[in-house]
Design a protein around this ligand. Structure first.
Ligand SMILES: Cc1ncc(COP(=O)(O)O)c(C=O)c1O
Length: 417
């Protein structure tokens, strides 16, 4: 038996089970993954969003392999980083980008820039924006020898969080402008940053978000649109850019590099000029595999496909179709009064929707649904958007429909039983 017990799991890495056992995956190809026993599953988790072309895509692998002959880490940034930003930000000539591996890093960077710019540590937050706390505040120059005069001086003392008492983090819960205005008023003078998970844009309108950003700016906050789930997935740059929301900073991540770890903080040159003073980089910021993967991803997604002007539009079409099949299967299984599925922000993501109030509040029954879908060979997320890739174009759609119907019937039957 494989020793997966050695892995320290988080809640999200142990979601999927079969016959009481947690699944351990061994392979992915196209829109499918296989577990350690060789059992295949249609995969709508896609690594929680990063995989956008598909698992182990032949063309992607070929382009990536070609780049690898240049090496994977140089003393500093490379022509490949430069080329990638040129392509990513071509339509935003005034903008610059800072490279990170994870979006948590990029969001932490945005918080720090905001605090340095405004002198205020408080944050208004909407949505999940990452998991970091402060790691470098008030630190020494650790690599200096013990007796070095440079060693002891405390550094990185401004713009840090998690170290004082005057740094509120407030939730903008209901996305009403009145409540945002109340928060801004009540905590006036202590708030430096507004951060918004672009997925929540599906709960409101571009107009409300444009007003929210304008209100926050008026109150002196730096505004951050967190496009970790959406940037490079719903379109090349994401929701803020497409809808002219006008935030000061944009965080993009996940889908940029088809699964390789890359996240980028985008903003005006004047703002990103503080990156050096703010110490916004680490050893792997200049790593090249993810940038190669991002260039390969763009090579593929930028091209028109048979049915769509580019890969992002095609991914949207595919996700819309997936949601429609799930809804149709729910109807056929006689559970359409309980649930269905809908595309999110154009279809690069989709989500289950619960029409029944009791079910909506029933965590156990909702989790049982995930179990039934896994049992039928479909992996997706619940209580979170699911993700599609270009490779799902080649799904056996009628097999997918049958599996989904069976899962819904099993789930409903087990519940009644
Ligand atoms: C909107 C948003 N921001 C930030 C993060 C954190 O990203 P990472 O896991 O790459 O640190 C996530 C991850 O799901 C996210 O969805």
């Amino acid at each position: 038996m494989l020793q997966y017990e050695r892995i320290a799991h988080s809640k999200i890495t142990k979601k999927f089970r079969a016959e009481g056992q947690q699944l351990l995956f061994s392979r992915g190809k196209g829109g499918e993954v296989s577990d350690a026993n060789g059992v295949p599953y249609i995969d709508f988790v896609m690594g929680y969003g990063p995989v956008i072309i598909g698992h182990s895509d032949d063309l992607f692998n070929e382009i990536l392999g070609g780049y690898l002959t240049n090496g994977i880490m140089m003393p500093g940034f490379t022509t490949f980083h430069q080329e990638y930003l040129e392509r990513l930000l071509g339509e935003r000539p005034g903008d610059r980008g800072a490279f990170f591996k994870t979006a948590s890093e990029a969001v932490t960077a945005a918080f720090r820039l905001a605090a340095m710019r405004t002198g205020r540590l408080g944050i208004v937050r909407s949505g999940y924006v990452g998991w970091h706390d402060s790691q470098i505040a008030n630190s020494l120059k650790w690599h200096e020898p013990l007796h070095s005069p440079l060693r002891e001086k405390l550094r990185y003392t401004d713009g840090m969080r998690g170290i004082g008492e005057s740094e509120p983090v407030l939730n903008w819960v209901d996305l009403r402008l009145e409540s945002l205005s109340e928060l801004l008023e009540r905590h006036r003078g202590r708030l430096g940053c507004f951060v918004f998970d672009a997925y929540l844009a599906s709960f409101t309108t571009p107009d409300v978000l444009r007003q929210a950003v304008a209100m926050c700016r008026e109150a002196g906050l730096l505004t951050v649109f967190d496009e970790t789930k959406t940037g490079g997935r719903i379109s090349a740059l994401g929701y803020d850019h497409d809808n002219g929301i006008g935030s000061d900073l944009i965080v993009i991540g996940k889908a940029l590099a088809n699964g390789a770890p890359l996240s980028i903080l985008v903003g005006g040159a004047d703002l990103l000029a503080h990156a050096e003073r703010a110490r916004l980089s680490g050893t792997f910021s200049k790593e090249m595999i993810a940038v190669y993967a991002a260039l390969a991803t763009r090579d593929i997604l930028e091209k028109p496909t048979q049915d769509a002007p580019d890969g992002w539009a095609e991914v949207g079409r595919i996700g819309t179709e997936v949601a429609a099949v799930l809804s149709a299967a729910a109807k056929e299984a006689g559970v359409a009064d309980l649930l269905g599925a809908r595309p999110v922000l154009g279809g690069g993501m989709f989500e289950l929707v619960y029409h029944d109030e009791a079910l909506l509040g029933d965590k156990e029954r909702r989790e049982a649904l995930l179990g039934a879908l896994t049992g039928a060979g479909i992996l997706l997320l619940e209580g979170h958007p699911s993700f599609v890739s270009l490779a799902h174009r080649d799904l056996d759609w009628s097999d997918f429909h049958d599996r989904a119907r069976r899962a819904f019937q099993d789930w409903n039957g087990a519940d009644r039983g």
